[in-house]
Ligand binder design. Structure first.
Ligand code: NAD
Length: 489
């Protein structure tokens, strides 16, 4: 079996990375490019044995890494960031061929952000502190102790960015890591292992196990030696993982799906509101935070829709490697089928396609036309369920109360976006929205020091800044008596 594949001119090891060594599995799975269906490589298909080996390696490496001084851990994380920056072109090109997202975004936004993930958590680690406090002369001292091996399970829509948003704080915290990337986009995780190794990360501190969730993933999350599980993905998988984690009460962080609203009030800057709406087609709509439900005040709905049509018509769909492309393919034939299923059922139930409504037959392949559906009922599937493709719905409201009621009326609570020219309205509405993140007159501004996560079915817990360290560490409070204190009088 070949141990490497060449993708966009870059050699990528197709094996696992366990205990500082490349490890092959007897079986493989084929990784296809969403651009043209071409096979990119035969990837080692990990199962229980590889998962066991990776947890054992992470467990063995933990004491030394946990004892490594913070400054040294931070230095190595910065060296990983340097490595990411050095290989930025490789990472961007491989990621685009593997998951179909825009090359220009990978170059300018995503991969720099990957490097920033490491730099940010390295620096934040050095500031992590809680002031000592006094209890009747006793000193309370709070510390963030490394917790142990962490299993990190990630999806395919932003593979390396979402992986490193977990890997970086876990490593900074002094934990060791087993990363299981998604089977539809496994390649950049392998490159990350090379980069971390070259940066001097000790063997076993970062392990990468490739394979299916139901095979490698399910063994990892059920393992008694795992101290934390951080998962980004879908709600049904999260429920399975939570059930497995329950056997050992392994603490979990879950970052899940969404059905987020964009509320457009009549007092909004309409150009801005339309821009915000069209931006939701980014990454072919395969973005958990996407505001897929556009809620517009009735008095401006017609004008909004007309301007939306003009702006959306100007989007260029095509090869994500081209600079001019705004919208690439969906990731996989199964995803395209799923997206189209939602749309066709909505149309059959009476929805009207303002634009789009099916696959892009001119381009063929996995390209789905940017779609806006209206005449949709609030309790319909298309309004209530996450599509995860370039599909938006448009509904109208007459009052602020109605807008808030519609916005909050799903099982999710990941994000919400507001377009309004009235700061007092923004404050009132924001206070009533159920969402982990609210953006007012902007979208996708994400600072790593902010808490990130979802309410309701969109997630459990928050990561980001100190919240990441709270999750990846065992917090300890040490109470020390004053000198000469005798508790027994
Ligand atoms: P998914 O749940 O199908 O898979 C995610 C990961 O879980 C993959 O690596 C998969 O192999 C693994 N997995 C599957 N079954 C498993 C099991 N039984 N045990 C352990 N691991 C298992 O999700 P997906 O289709 O890859 O990703 C899309 C979903 O992710 C969408 O719902 C999207 O909203 C969500 N998402 C959320 C965020 C966020 O930050 N909230 C970010 C990106 C994507």
């Amino acid at each position: 079996m070949s141990e490497k594949t060449t993708v966009a001119g870059v050699a990528v090891d197709t094996r696992h990375w366990i205990g500082g060594e490349r490890v092959a599995s007897a079986g493989t799975f084929t990784d296809h490019s969403p651009l043209d269906g071409v096979a990119l490589g035969e990837i080692s298909r990990g199962g229980a044995a590889e998962a066991e080996a990776a947890v054992a390696a992470a467990k063995a490496a933990f004491p030394a890494w946990a004892a490594t001084p913070r400054a040294e851990r931070a230095r190595i994380l910065h060296a990983i960031a340097d490595g990411v920056e050095k290989r930025l072109e490789d990472l961007a090109n491989v990621e685009t061929l593997d998951n179909g997202a825009l090359l220009r975004s990978h170059r300018r936004g995503v991969m720099p952000r990957v490097a920033h993930n490491f730099r940010f958590f390295a620096d934040w680690l050095l500031t992590l502190d809680h002031e000592d406090f006094d209890t009747r002369g006793h000193t309370n001292h709070v510390s963030w102790d490394p917790a142990g091996p962490c299993v990190l399970i990630t999806p395919w829509n932003a593979p390396l960015m979402l992986a490193t948003w977990k890997v970086a704080p876990a490593l900074a915290a002094g934990d060791t890591v087993i990363l299981k990337p998604a089977e539809w986009s496994p390649l950049t995780a392998s490159l990350l292992a090379d980069i971390a190794d070259a940066a001097g990360l000790p063997a076993g501190v970062l392990n990468v196990v490739q394979g299916y969730g139901t095979e490698a993933g399910s063994t990892l999350v059920a393992h008694p030696d795992v101290r934390r599980i951080s998962f980004t993905g879908s709600v049904p998988t999260a429920k399975r993982i939570a059930a497995a984690a329950a056997a050992h009460l392994t603490p979990l962080s879950l970052e899940l799906g969404g059905k987020s609203p964009l509320l457009v009030f009549a007092d909004a800057d309409l150009d801005l509101a339309v821009d915000l709406a069209v931006e939701q087609y980014d990454n072919a709509g395969q973005v958990c935070l996407a505001a897929t439900r556009i809620l517009v005040e009735s008095s401006i709905a017609e004008e909004f829709t007309e301007r939306f049509k003009v702006k959306a018509a100007a989007l260029t769909q095509g090869d994500p490697r081209e600079e001019a492309t705004d919208l690439g393919p969906t990731i996989h034939p199964r995803q395209l089928e799923k997206v189209d299923g939602f749309v066709q059922r909505a149309l059959a139930a009476g929805a009207r396609a303002v634009i789009g409504g099916g696959p892009n037959s001119e381009l063929g392949g996995l390209y789905y036309r940017p779609t806006l559906l209206t005449d949709v009922a609030q309790d319909s599937e298309i309004v209530q369920e996450e599509v995860f493709g370039p599909v938006l719905t448009l509904q109208t409201f007459d009052t602020e109360d109605e807008a808030v009621a519609l916005a909050n009326d799903t099982r999710f609570g990941l994000a919400a976006t507001l377009a309004t020219g009235d700061p007092e309205r923004a404050e009132r509405v924001t206070a009533r929205l159920v969402a982990g993140t609210v953006w007012v007159n902007c979208f996708f501004v994400r600072d790593l020091q902010a808490p990130f996560g979802g309410s309701r079915l969109s997630g459990v817990g928050r990561e980001g800044g100190t919240w990441s360290f709270d999750f990846y560490c065992d917090l300890k409070n040490t109470v020390t008596a004053p000198k000469g204190w005798n508790n027994h009088g």
